[in-house]
Design a protein around this ligand. Structure first.
Ligand code: HEM
Length: 447
């Protein structure tokens, strides 16, 4: 049996304005209206899936009915080709099978030293009292991790700068193009178009060079990320083509840099306002590491820090709104969804549902203690999505965030700049707008 979809608040005039101006408030307001709500955004008919279990059903049990296709993915293909983050169907399944081994949990320890070094390099120019451009520092950190993971020697700072610029330019360009349906506008030879094209060239050239250098190496380690990609064979014995390899390397930078940087920026923001959590984390890190740099073996023992990272991703999931599209008519939770409908779900809105998380807007790492979390359904936590498209870099991201915090926090307390107002800016990711922190060196007494 089917029931009508609950309408959004202003079905006659469309919802583009409310959604465009205050999307997070808009999404939160949809939840009480029903498990599935209907809205119109410009020329598009859309549905929002507000219920966590229905989102899980869509992603895990019925991905073939709700496809990862549509304008956003078409625009992204200018950069990532048909890379894993935007591909669908049998092609996606093949790519995922070939690439997955490079991201297995067992592979993570080999990335630890580049992650730790990047955090050390980020903090080495800091001095007591410095006002930091934290977001910029963290974006460089995340790009440098991937750059160093792909390169035989140290990845030069100058290349990191260029890739940061290219990823940011690509993301901004895709952002405005996705809300400007007139395709001819996208290709006007404006300065923006030239920057967009330049960003594409930088990312493609870097990927091609990294692959060529790796192919020519006689000493490439077996477990190296690119060795795994170059050695991967599908069921017909075919390797990834040069174009496919490039797409996947560019995908790494675009999917795996700003996401991690944003999470870390929110973590430092939250800790700057919560002295108790900051000190509890520092005591734990000091007890576990005893002054040593963090290693693979330490991570399972940094339990409180792990809960901080989990809670940060609950409150501020970088990928806050994710789209799907129906090819054929579909039915979800008793609601009929016509073919060609844009279907959205929001990890942000699910994570702020008071029926799943008491006091949902409060930062509370201890809500992840086993005694406080075992009764919570699995569907309630989706910062990395779920099902066939679940983030392939989830272990990588969690490891990188934990290592970065375990390196930064023992030496530095980040204090909010008085008067600074941090707001959530929902763009491609959930960015912290106005984040300003001062570095305070921890003395022996405050360590
Ligand atoms: C905190 C950091 C991160 C967050 C919150 C995040 C979030 C997500 C989410 C929600 C998805 C699923 C999108 C969907 O279902 O439409 C996804 C997919 C993906 N992510 Fe991440 N991600 C993070 C870090 C990374 C990193 C570090 C990498 C790589 C180094 C990465 C690579 C990818 C790829 C390739 C996909 C596509 C997977 C597929 O469709 O098979 N991500 N990510």
């Amino acid at each position: 049996m089917t029931t009508p979809v609950a309408p959004g608040k202003r079905p006659l005039v469309g919802h583009g304005l409310g959604f465009g101006l205050k999307p997070l408030e808009f999404l939160n307001a949809q939840r009480p209206l029903g498990a599935v709500t209907a809205l119109t955004i410009g020329p598009w008919r859309a549905r929002i899936i507000n219920d966590a279990d229905l989102v899980r059903e869509m992603l895990v049990s019925r991905p073939k009915e709700f496809l990862k296709e549509g304008p956003l993915y078409e625009l992204s293909s200018a950069f990532v080709g048909n890379g894993l983050a935007i591909s669908e169907g049998p092609y996606h399944r093949r790519q995922r099978r070939l690439i997955q081994p490079a991201f297995s949990r067992a592979r993570m320890p080999q990335y630890h030293s580049v992650m730790r070094q990047a955090a050390e390099e980020m903090t080495s120019p800091w001095s007591d009292g410095d006002r930091l451009n934290v977001w910029n520092d963290l974006f460089h950190l995340a790009v440098s991790v991937i750059g160093n993971m792909l390169s035989p020697g140290r990845f030069p700072r100058e290349k990191t700068e260029r890739i940061v610029w290219a990823v940011a330019t690509a993301s901004a360009g895709i952002g405005w193009r996705s809300v400007t349906p007139a395709m001819w506008l996208h290709r006007l030879p404006t300065p923006e178009y030239q920057r967009f094209t330049r960003a594409q060239q930088i990312l493609h050239a870097f990927a091609d060079e990294a692959i060529a250098v790796h192919r020519s190496r006689k000493d490439a380690p077996e477990e190296h990320f690119l060795t795994i990609l170059l050695g991967a064979r599908d069921e017909h014995g075919d390797p990834l083509s040069a174009k496919e390899l490039r797409d996947e390397v560019v995908t790494l930078f675009s999917a795996g840099s700003a996401t991690v940087a944003t999470s870390l920026a929110w973590a430092l923001h939250l800790l700057s306002h919560d002295r108790k959590a900051d000190e509890t984390a520092c005591v734990e890190i000091r007890d576990v590491l005893e002054g040593r740099p963090v290693t693979a073996a330490d991570l399972p023992r940094l339990e409180y820090l792990g809960r901080i990272v989990t809670e940060v991703l609950r409150l501020y999931p970088p990928a806050w709104l994710l789209p799907r599209i129906t090819q054929d008519a579909a039915e979800l939770g008793g609601h009929v969804i016509p073919p060609g409908t844009h279907v959205f779900f929001s990890p942000y809105s699910i994570h702020r549902d008071p029926t799943l998380y008491p006091d949902p807007d409060t930062f509370d790492p201890d809500r992840w203690l086993p005694e406080n979390s075992t009764s919570r359904p699995r569907s309630a936590y989706v910062p990395f999505g779920a099902g066939v498209h679940q983030c392939i870099g989830n272990n990588f991201a969690l490891t990188e965030a934990t290592i970065a915090l375990a390196t930064i926090l023992p030496a530095w307390r980040l204090a909010p700049v008085p008067g600074a107002r941090v707001r959530i800016r929902p763009r491609a990711l959930l960015e912290p707008d106005g984040l300003a922190l001062t570095a305070r060196a921890r003395t022996e007494e405050t360590k």
